[in-house]
Structure formats: C-alpha cells, structure tokens
Design a protein around this ligand. Structure first.
Ligand code: NAD
Length: 246
C-alpha cells in the first residue's frame, strides 16, 4: 500500500509512535524512527519494522530544538531524497497539582507538544510541497477537546493548540498536503499504565461506552488509513478515537 513512501514518526521508540511505525512498515512503508533518549527501544522498533522488508532510519532529535529538527529533515532527504508522510506524535505530559504547576512546566509542555509539532511540520513541508505530495497527521487528544484535567492543564492547552495548528497547516499547505489530527482518549501504553491503580483503571473504563481503554495498535490503524491514498479526500479533520465517551 505504501511502496516507495517515506514516513517520519516523531517519538516512535515506544508507545503509540512505535505502534504507528510498525503498522506503516507492515504496509510496506519505509519508516524513519525518531527518538530523543532511548536508543535501545528505538533499535527494537527498527528490528520489528525491518521484518517487513522495508528501509528504516533511526534519528536522534529533540523536537523542542530547531537545529536538531533541521538536521533530522536534512538527514532524511540525504538518505531517501524525499519525505512523503509525517506523524507528529512526540509529546509529554507533566502531572502536578494546580498549585504546584510552574511557568517552566507550562513552557516545556508547549515547547515540545505544540511548537515542536509546528517546527517539524514547517521543515518537512518544504520537501512535500516540492513534490506536490504530502500527508501529515498530528496526534492531539480528547484532552484538547472536552476532557479537562487541571493536573495537566498545560498538556490540555497544548493539545487544543495542535487542533488550531492542524487547521492552519491544512490551509497553508493546500492543495498539496492533507493535514489531519487524531484525538485519542485513554490509550494503554506502558507509560500510561505504569504505577496506575487497577481499581482506577476499572472505574475509568466504566465511563467508556466500549468499557475498555484503547490500544496503541487501534490508534495506529486509524493513522495509517489517514496517511494512505484511500483517505485522499479527508483533509483538515480532527478524528476522535476514544471508544465512545460523553
Ligand atoms: P509515550 O510517552 O509512550 O511516547 C511519547 C514519545 O515521545 C516517547 O517516545 C518520547 O521519548 C517522545 N518524546 C518526548 N519528548 C520528546 C522530544 N522533546 N523530542 C523527541 N521525542 C520526544 O506516550 P504515548 O502514550 O505513546 O503518546 C504518544 C502521543 O499520543 C503523545 O503526543 C500523547 O500526548 C498522545 N496521546 C496519548 C494518549 C494516551 O492515553 N496514551 C492519549 C491521547 C493522546
């Protein structure tokens, strides 16, 4: 389905990003695995992707640093000569009581989640526009729509910002790049389930119409559809994937 396509997935050494890299590779897409600190996990994802016979590239880059983003895009162009697909997945959440939330927390979250998504899109789009072909999916969250958690209000604001950014980028890059956003509800990544009380998980699952949290693979399947040519007329959309919630 994705023969000869090149996809960059930011923050893909684990969690949802890793699932997206593997899903795309399983559909014959060549993948660039971006990581910030965990090379061992990135290598594991690379090995799993290579099983599908695709080309892979691992690049270390902190998406809050503009020079590292520029280097990452240049490395992709030097290696593959183009970039077709970008998944802006990398993100952080800093959970602290409202009273303890600092300006530094807020700025760091915005810098990675929102400004990072803008900068990677800006530099990647140059090559997509040159080829008059591109697909971008930004990973936002239901927290950016109508789920509110004062402990991570900076995260929620960054994810709401990604929705606005998605609409602006879709307009800016028209008519050559489809830009969409995917808004997951609670997804059972290692990071999310670490040290979380089983009783709490059960209570939260009761609030979901499907009575369970999502899997990274379920998010990856939606993302891979959106960046495929089967979704060629889907643009400027925010698609919620949360099992059904109020
Ligand atoms: P995760 O923590 O497992 O993965 C996030 C990835 O981003 C990690 O690989 C991390 O190293 C990377 N990253 C963080 N800062 C970075 C930086 N400065 N530069 C490069 N990479 C960086 O989290 P996840 O649950 O897999 O989440 C992936 C995305 O999905 C995030 O944007 C998150 O906000 C979003 N999301 C997750 C859930 C959920 O419940 N898991 C729900 C909604 C949205």
């Amino acid at each position: 389905m994705f023969e000869n396509k090149i996809a960059l997935i930011t923050g893909s050494s684990k969690g949802i990003g890793a699932a997206i890299a593997k899903e795309l590779a399983s559909k014959k897409c060549n993948v660039v695995i971006n990581y910030n600190s965990d090379l061992t996990s990135a290598l594991k994802v690379q090995e799993q992707c290579q099983k599908y016979g695709v080309q892979t590239l691992i690049i270390k880059a902190d998406i809050s640093k503009e020079d590292e983003i520029i280097n990452m895009i240049e490395q992709i162009i030097t290696t593959f000569g183009k970039l077709d697909i970008l998944i802006n997945n990398a993100g952080i959440a800093i959970d602290t009581l409202f009273e303890e939330k600092t300006k530094d927390n807020f700025m760091k979250t915005l810098d990675i989640n929102l400004v990072g998504t803008f900068l990677v899109s800006k530099y990647a789009s140059v090559y997509m526009l040159k080829n008059k072909y591109g697909k971008i999916v930004n990973i936002t969250s239901t927290n950016g729509i109508n789920k509110y958690f004062p402990m991570c209000l900076d995260y929620d604001a960054s994810k709401a910002g990604i929705i606005s950014l998605t609409h602006n980028l879709a307009l800016q890059f028209a008519p050559y790049i489809n830009v969409n956003a995917v808004a997951p509800g609670w997804v059972g990544t290692e990071n999310e389930l670490n040290n979380v009380d089983q009783e709490y998980i059960k209570l939260e699952e009761e609030k979901i119409f499907l009575r369970r949290i999502g899997t990274p693979e379920e998010i990856a399947k939606l993302v891979s559809f959106l960046v495929s040519d089967d979704a060629s007329y889907i643009n400027n959309e925010v698609i919620r994937i949360d099992g059904g919630t109020y």
